[in-house]
Design a protein around this ligand. Structure first.
Ligand SMILES: *Cc1c(COP(=O)(O)O)cnc(C)c1O
Length: 377
């Protein structure tokens, strides 16, 4: 089971202590310490959600009005909305056709004199090409914020994601590799950034009634912290099962003509969060919606690139057109005119299957059988 007796005991211990906030208790601090060690960074800062972690990671880098941040359009909305929450401009670059993560070649074309940062998303356990992206960041003096929410435990050339850029952001939502119900974490090796993130998490308030900058209440609760600490002790086992399930699906699918398993580049040691398959509609004689309709256990993942959603097409964020019509920006961006070929093809061909620890061999076999039958037809 995902949540076991040990998590329950940890929650009861917090309740018995009567200390439910990190301002009074020790559970979040203790989880942060273990998490920093696990990722291999100096600082970990417990946050109430992954979305809030992204929001204040960007704020800590003083990114705001008039600034552009480059993101992939094939991700959960929070990667891009967290930029808008800071009154800055998301600029979409294409994804790689095989890893489905930010394509450095496309990123390079999108860099302007307004660009301040890149947010590569490590998707479903897959890792973005961090060496190419870091080279670009160095050449153009950009920050890197890793959205590692879906890839807790994945490695790039032996180093865990969340330790590779300036700041890493994680989520502990129930679908992620470990969970605290809702929850998030920021990781960094930079002392100053860590201090700013701690300030932003707590009203910009370093001590009672001292307010040093605009902040939020994005604190992780003690109950979340206590669950997280236990979950982290069990993470290697969770990842082992997830990867084994993913391998089982990939092996089976390698014999099915028309369905392509995830590609693993040589730099990446994945901690798979979902198994992502890709259909070849020509060979299968089915398009994606027909495939999904006949395979109810499969997940759509992201049905269209983010720039095709109403939020971006109509630019609905802050009143008076901010951040796009902000005097600090002085440029015009029309998301209706964006067309990125890889992401548009990928969204038409990709689907996801569950591989979490509660999935049984029988569940996997049933899914494999459905895929085999669909190809035969
Ligand atoms: C889960 C997730 C987040 C954050 O989600 P929360 O529900 O706020 O914890 C951010 N980005 C990606 C890519 C995610 O998958």
């Amino acid at each position: 089971m995902n949540l076991a007796e040990e998590e329950q005991k940890a929650v009861i211990k917090v309740m018995e202590s009567q200390m439910l906030t990190l301002l009074h208790g020790e559970a979040v601090k203790s989880f942060e310490k273990d998490y920093a060690k696990y990722i291999g960074v100096k600082h970990a800062i417990g946050i109430n959600t992954g979305t809030a972690a992204l929001h204040i990671a960007i704020a800590a880098l003083n990114i705001g009005p008039g600034d552009e941040v480059i993101v992939p359009p094939f991700t959960f909305i929070a990667t891009a909305s967290s930029i808008l929450h800071n009154n800055a401009i998301p600029v979409f670059a294409d994804i790689d056709n095989k890893t489905y993560t930010l394509d450095p070649k496309s990123v390079k074309q999108k860099i302007s004199d307004k660009t301040k940062a890149l947010i590569p998303v490590h998707l479903a356990g897959m890792v973005a090409d961090m060496s190419e992206l870091k080279d670009l960041a160095n050449d153009y003096n950009l920050y890197i914020i890793e959205d590692a929410c879906q890839s807790i435990g994945s490695k790039f050339r032996g180093k865990k994601v969340g330790s590779l850029g300036d700041i890493g952001c994680f989520s502990f939502y129930p679908s992620k590799n470990i969970t605290t119900g809702e929850g998030g974490m920021i990781t960094t090796n930079d002392d100053e950034l860590a201090e700013q993130c701690r300030l932003l998490r707590h009203h910009g308030e370093p001590s009672w009634y001292v307010y040093n900058r605009l902040g939020y209440n994005y604190r992780m609760t003690e109950i979340q912290g206590a669950i997280g600490k236990v979950q982290l002790k069990r993470i290697d086992k969770f990842i082992e099962v997830r990867n084994k399930n993913a391998q089982y699906l990939s092996d089976a699918v390698s014999e099915i003509n028309g369905i392509i398993p995830p590609y693993i580049p040589e730099y990446c040691e994945p901690a798979f969060n979902y198994w992502i398959g890709r259909i070849d509609p020509e060979i299968m004689g089915l398009n994606k919606s027909q495939f999904i309709e006949q395979f109810p256990k499969s997940k759509v993942l992201y049905p269209k690139p983010l720039y095709k959603t109403k939020l971006f097409r109509k630019k609905i964020a802050y009143p008076k057109g901010c951040p796009w019509s902000c005097p600090f920006y002085g440029k015009e961006i029309d998301y209706n005119k964006i067309s990125l070929p890889n992401v548009e093809k990928v969204t038409r061909e990709i689907f996801a299957l569950d591989i979490h620890p509660n999935i049984t061999r029988q569940d996997l076999d049933e899914n494999i059988q459905v895929m085999k039958n669909l190809v035969k037809k």
